[in-house]
Design a protein around this ligand. Structure first.
Ligand code: NDP
Length: 285
């Protein structure tokens, strides 16, 4: 597989941008070039020189997906469009790399393995779970199941730094536990699986390191970014939901068991090191 034989779908998102950086020769396709919910246009697209589709496109507004329009939009791109890509992958003998989420689980288990039965709580999670099932129909597929993605775009770390810059002490939940995943790590892992011709299937992927709550991730971000006087105010998930409307339910445990990909020889960087690197890259010029 040559990088020029890769197509990156959703090339303008957080992950898409990182993929384009690492695979500059790949064909980068954003929504303006191909709207994946236009199923006719997707089928008619020229896939002939493609060996690998990396699908980084998704509806990712977790709370927005709970609205009546959001529900439709999320299902179109996160589920039906993926079924179409799986069909295309099968008929053109293309490898399909698809990205999944910890939100396909209800978070009752403390450490999610790849073979845990799907149990999504939210509309977003349900639509992504349907997408996983669809992607797994392609005989040559890698489903990368990831959590708390941080890259170039809208994400928790950026939001929290923006609040601190405006002198706001954020209120953050203490009882949702997981690990962030930096887009650099996701791309590294995809590249590893492709280069190693790893067995097809689903792979969990987050950064390594100690499990952390969103509140402690905010604290670590402030510590590393030098916001000495900005406090993080703790709140439980239950109290957070009581105070707000239209918030989608989220799993309390988002921790992904990394032993499958690590047993093949890929060990992701510790999230604290990645966070430090990210803050230095994003906020110093
Ligand atoms: P982003 O929201 O940053 O990017 C998604 C991209 O998909 C956007 O560029 C968007 O384009 C594009 N897109 C949306 N609808 C369509 C469409 N109909 N046709 C073509 N492109 C479309 O997502 P991330 O990079 O953060 O996420 C990458 C993957 O990781 C997704 O599969 C997501 O579900 C998964 N994931 C993300 C997590 C997170 O915390 N963000 C956590 C766990 C998993 P436009 O902006 O123009 O609408």
């Amino acid at each position: 597989m040559k990088p020029s034989e890769i197509i990156v779908l959703g090339s303008n998102g957080q992950l898409g941008k990182e993929l384009v950086k690492i695979y500059p020769e790949a064909r980068a396709v954003d929504k303006t070039e191909l709207d994946l919910t236009d199923y006719k246009a997707t089928a008619a697209f020229n896939w002939s020189d493609t060996k690998v589709i990396i699908n980084a496109a998704a509806y990712t507004n977790v709370d927005g997906a709970e609205s009546s329009q959001g529900r439709v939009d999320a299902w179109k791109i996160n589920a039906t469009a993926v079924a179409n890509l799986a069909k295309i992958a099968i008929s053109h003998k293309i490898i399909l790399v698809h990205i999944s989420t910890d939100y396909v689980f209800d978070g009752q288990n403390q450490n999610h393995r790849e073979d845990e039965p799907l149990s999504p709580l939210s509309v977003y999670g349900q639509s992504k779970a349907a997408g996983d099932i669809a992607a797994s129909m392609a005989s040559q597929h890698y489903i990368i199941r990831t959590s708390w993605v941080v890259g170039e775009g809208k994400n928790f770390v950026k939001t929290i730094v923006g609040l601190a810059n405006n002198g706001i002490s954020p209120t953050v939940v203490t009882d949702q536990i997981g690990r962030p995943t930096f887009t650099e790590t996701i791309v590294e892992a995809i590249d590893f699986l492709l280069r190693e011709n790893a067995p097809f299937g689903t792979y969990n992927l987050s950064n390594e390191g100690n499990p952390v709550s969103w509140a402690d991730l905010a604290r670590k971000t402030f510590e590393l970014a030098g916001f000495k006087n900005t406090k993080v105010l703790d709140i439980s998930t239950k109290a957070y939901y009581n105070e707000r409307q239209n918030v989608a339910p989220r799993p309390l445990n988002s921790l992904l068991d990394l032993s499958k990909i690590e047993s093949l020889g890929y060990k992701p960087m510790d999230w604290e090191l990645s966070l430090n690197r990210y803050l230095r890259t994003e906020y110093t010029s």
